[in-house]
Design a binder for this molecule. Structure first.
Ligand SMILES: [Zn+2]
Length: 625
């Protein structure tokens, strides 16, 4: 990951005015000293997004998206921090510092890989169009009904049945290492030299959003000897990560922005057929289910994603699975299933693209689809069956962030009540229970997510933190107040550090934010809100920092910190907060000591020692009150 100095980040930040930046794409309505707007990151009908000129931040109080100018560009353009920084630097006419030698080499290597892939695409394409050897490939493609324009647009190609065809063509211009890192050739199994990766296949170039060739898909030609599966995709390479790339997005990008959303199909031939039929907002996944990273990308273009599945059993199972994993995403997720033995290409051939678009527009929301499936499999005739359907649905809904207390929640629960003939208020109390269960399993999930993230470092990660959907516990409030004080009056941090450590903050989200504050402070700097925001590139942490300062503002913390001082000169409010945190720490260590002793036997001496401890603890406690 590229490292820019904090100075450069600060320079860019200070030259970017967030109100001006956001108003380039949204209409801002003045609201006191702040502004509000319709949030572009969820289906917003009343302006839920606030823009705060004083803190140079924005935040949507419904879908919890928020951050600073960098976050805005990252969310809006669906780019990583580095790109956002560069875009804002350009916008502010600030010169971008030169990259380090290592980065230059890395970038050079990548650009060589792009170059060789582009070259291979050209070779495959020319061969497809003109070579006699490619006749069967052309027949197959024509048989699928693809026109010359489509062949041209998607740059379809052909690699003949020779295991060193590409290597010979490349011989004078590219070295073998490069072909290998582009995944165009692979070492022979017997250890003697290399073999072309794709042999005797119709080639479908895969492009990234910026239309660079990043990989290929190859399809067997019917009637030809088979090597490997019907479809073969390039392996992952420095420029190709299949969990991030969507086939066709380079063509679909603008049409998606002009339509209600994206249509996602499972194969590139289906995707091409849809484009040819005029359904130009279609993309395809590459042998994987739609990932979170795909969703993050797509939602920057339009709020709706419609998943299309074949109507057979595997198709329905895949749909069911996708809904379970994606329902928690902040998108308007729809599911469209076709007739049995019908894929999107068949559909548009029979009924045309307009009809397809019409059916897609009417696709049910994901939860509705899920409900229909649950009723189909579990039944709804007995109370027992309906209860089981309900439990399944509520477990799922409990994981949807930002749903609690919204009109959408009312709508869904109302419909659940009607469909399952159950009482709405009992559904509500069920949901409450599911949410608290979800809460206790969530911490575990956040941890594993962090581990996965650590193994996949480069990925610009949009982690959704579920912190806001439920009431805070007493402990959460105590910890939040600590951060509210510190972020409001950062000078307090010096004193705080001597008494309270990051380990005293237990809520996993607040702890991450506290860690940031401590990091800045330990650099010998004052952890002002701005400085803390610059310290992280993680939007979910910036969002949390804004949330914390907003709490502080609503509670009038700033004034309270000025009001009254305790004996040691600290504001009374802060002094009490520190004491309570320290007290809690002591109480916990006391409790764990007791537990340990009760586990490791109990001689008479132990028992005596324990008695002494207990009495000391209670004396201290009494003195405290
Ligand atoms: Zn929002």
């Amino acid at each position: 990951m590229a490292e820019f100095s904090p100075d450069f980040k600060e320079q860019v930040r200070s030259r970017t005015e967030i109100v001006g930046l956001i108003s380039e794409s949204l209409t801002l309505i003045p609201a006191g000293a702040d502004y509000k707007a319709l949030c572009p990151f969820h289906d917003d009908h009343s302006p839920s997004m606030m823009v705060y000129p004083d803190r140079q931040t924005y935040r949507c109080w419904v879908c919890q998206t928020g951050g600073d100018a960098f976050s805005w560009v990252m969310n809006r353009e669906s780019v990583g921090f580095r790109e956002a920084l560069e875009m804002l630097a350009n916008r502010a006419h600030i010169e971008i510092p030169k990259r380090s030698q290592y980065e230059v080499e890395q970038a050079a290597q990548k650009s060589d890989v792009y170059e060789v892939l582009k070259w291979a695409e050209g070779e495959y394409h020319r061969t497809f169009l003109h070579s006699p050897e490619a006749k069967d490939a052309r027949d197959y493609v024509q048989g699928r009904g693809f026109t010359d324009d489509t062949i041209e647009q998607f740059r379809l190609g052909y690699q003949p049945r020779e295991f060193d065809w590409l290597q010979r063509k490349a011989a004078t211009q590219f070295d073998r290492k490069l072909l290998e890192s582009a995944q165009l050739i692979s070492p022979r199994k017997n250890g003697t030299g290399f073999t072309d990766f794709f042999v005797d296949r119709v080639m479908f170039p895969i492009h990234d959003e910026r239309a660079r060739t990043v990989a290929f898909g190859g399809r067997l030609i019917p009637g030809h000897p088979e090597f490997g599966g019907k479809y073969l995709n390039s392996r992952e390479s420095p420029v190709f990560h299949k969990s991030r790339v969507l086939f066709g997005l380079n063509h679909a990008r603008d049409p998606i922005k002009e339509s209600v959303g994206t249509i996602v199909v499972e194969g590139y031939t289906d995707c091409i057929a849809l484009h040819q039929a005029g359904v130009r907002n279609a993309v395809a996944t590459l042998g994987t289910a739609l990932t979170e990273s795909h969703v993050t990308r797509l939602k920057a273009f339009a709020p709706r994603v419609t998943l299309v599945y074949d109507g057979d059993k595997p198709g329905l199972d895949a749909a069911n699975k996708a809904v379970s994993t994606l329902l928690a995403q902040q998108i308007d997720l729809r599911v469209m299933t076709l007739g049995e033995k019908e894929d999107p290409a068949d559909f548009v051939e029979k009924h045309g693209g307009e009809e397809f678009q019409k059916v897609a527009d009417q696709a049910p929301e994901a939860w509705e689809f899920k409900l229909q499936r649950e009723i189909q499999t579990k039944g709804a005739s007995t109370v027992d069956a309906r209860e089981r359907v309900l439990t399944e649905m509520l477990t799922l809904l409990a994981r949807v962030p930002g749903l609690a207390g919204t009109a959408r929640e009312d709508l869904i629960l109302g419909r659940l009540a009607t469909r399952l003939r159950l009482n709405e208020s009992s559904i509500r109390s069920h949901l409450k229970k599911s949410r608290s269960q979800e809460r206790s399993t969530r911490v575990v999930r956040v941890n594993t997510a962090d581990q996965e993230a650590a193994s996949e470092q480069e990925r610009p990660k949009e982690e959704r933190i579920d912190f806001y959907n439920r009431p805070l516990s007493k402990d959460d409030k105590l910890e939040s107040e600590f951060l509210e004080c510190v972020l409001t009056q950062p000078n307090l941090m010096e004193q705080a550090r001597q008494e309270i450590g990051v380990g005293d903050i237990q809520n996993p989200h607040l702890k991450l934010l506290a860690q940031l504050v401590y990091d800045v402070s330990e650099l010998g700097e004052i952890p002002t809100f701005d400085r803390v925001m610059l310290e992280t590139e993680r939007n979910e942490l910036k969002g949390l920092a804004i949330w914390v300062t907003e709490q502080a503002r609503q509670k009038g913390i700033e004034k309270k910190l000025l009001d009254e001082k305790s004996e040691d000169g600290l504001p009374v409010l802060f002094r009490e907060n520190l004491d309570r945190l320290k007290w809690r720490r002591e109480e916990m260590s006391h409790r764990s000591q007791l537990e340990q002793q009760s586990m490791t036997g109990s001689s008479e001496q132990d028992a005596l020692a324990r008695l002494k401890q207990v009495s000391a603890f209670h004396q201290k406690r009494a003195a405290k009150r």
